[in-house]
Write a protein of this length. Structure first.
Length: 332
């Protein structure tokens, strides 16, 4: 007997969750819906995308559980096989979602101690295998995290702070502000400040951001502001840090253009010379404040090499253009 449990955002008119409802109605899966606006008292969604299989295998990545994500969208994720330690740690996050999917659920002041973790940036889980690696899982928002869990936004900043040579970032959306608050959106410079501070220390930062028909208004102007500080970088040991930005555009196929929310580079990852980070959140304030997401970081030379090769493939491809090249083609 195969037991399937699905935790998801509460269905809406825009996203009615028809497939999971079908599974539930026919007894194929047990489904719980999280009413994120009620839980957080603000607009938000369950934006995490992960699987736990047989308490042994784990997938974390950018892909939604939707046919379009697997056929019409460029995605990236990581699979860990035969690792009960990681599966059990990720299950603690799933357990939080599962508890909050009960009708009338509220976020407790403190989560039960059995949901705490001992693995974070300061104390990662060390795997002993042919390719030694250290791993930790981060989560957002803070109110969804039990004791010991690294906040996802803090994890991203810590990975950047730990870099000494380069930081390569690939994300769909980038905006140092909130976007979906019920009332007034606010400036949220946490990750933007970290990028600037990292480059100021002499580290080379490359940021690959997606461009598509649903791109955020004003995003390019914030990206241009990152480039403006390059001439002011201090020289450190005859070297200055630098920020580079490119926009990645997937060509529009007229036969598929009518399919909504497709033809985009949907990745959310970062790689330095030391650490590979895979996330599920776009880089805008709401995703770390009022939406639920996860990230997983690997201190692993093998995975760092593989992920950086993927980044450089996209960075040097014909689909990636500097902002100057992009503005020659598109009026922003």
């Amino acid at each position: 007997f195969l037991q399937i449990r699905i935790a998801q955002s509460q269905p809406t008119a825009a996203f009615p969750q028809l497939d999971s409802n079908y599974f539930s109605e026919h007894g194929y899966a047990t489904v719980r819906n999280l009413n994120m606006p009620k839980l957080i008292d603000d607009n938000g969604v369950l934006h995490a995308k992960f699987w736990i299989v047989d308490s042994q295998h784990v997938y974390i990545g950018s892909a939604n559980m939707d046919w379009k994500s697997l056929t019409e969208v460029k995605e990236l994720g990581v699979v860990i096989w035969n690792c009960t330690c990681i599966a059990n740690d990720l299950y603690k996050i799933f357990n939080i979602y599962w508890r909050l999917g009960v009708r009338g659920a509220k976020i407790p002041y403190k989560w039960p101690l059995n949901l705490r973790t001992y693995f974070n940036f300061s104390h990662p889980l060390k795997l002993l295998s042919a390719n030694d690696a250290s791993i930790f899982i981060s989560s957002s928002p803070r109110r969804f995290s039990a004791k010991g869990r690294e906040d996802d936004g803090d994890a991203i900043v810590a990975v950047m702070d730990n870099a000494h040579e380069f930081v390569h970032i690939s994300v769909m959306d980038y905006m140092p502000a909130t976007l979906y608050k019920t009332y007034n959106n606010t400036y949220w410079p946490k990750l933007d400040n970290a990028i600037r501070a990292t480059a100021y220390r002499g580290v080379n930062v490359r940021l690959l951001v997606s461009h598509w028909k649903y791109s955020l208004l004003g995003m390019v102007h914030f990206l241009k502001s990152l480039l403006e500080i390059n001439d002011g970088m201090p020289r450190i040991a005859n070297h200055s840090g630098k920020i580079e930005v490119k926009l990645f555009t997937i060509p529009v196929d007229p036969s598929r253009e009518q399919i909504p929310h497709t033809l985009v580079n949907h990745n959310k990852y970062m790689v330095t010379e030391k650490i590979a980070y895979f996330g599920t959140s776009n880089w805008a304030g709401d995703y770390f404040i009022s939406s639920a997401g996860v990230g997983i970081s690997f201190i692993s030379p093998t995975l760092v090499k593989s992920l950086n090769a993927i980044f450089m493939r996209d960075w040097t491809s014909k689909y990636a253009k500097t902002i100057r090249e992009f503005l020659l083609d598109v009026s922003v």
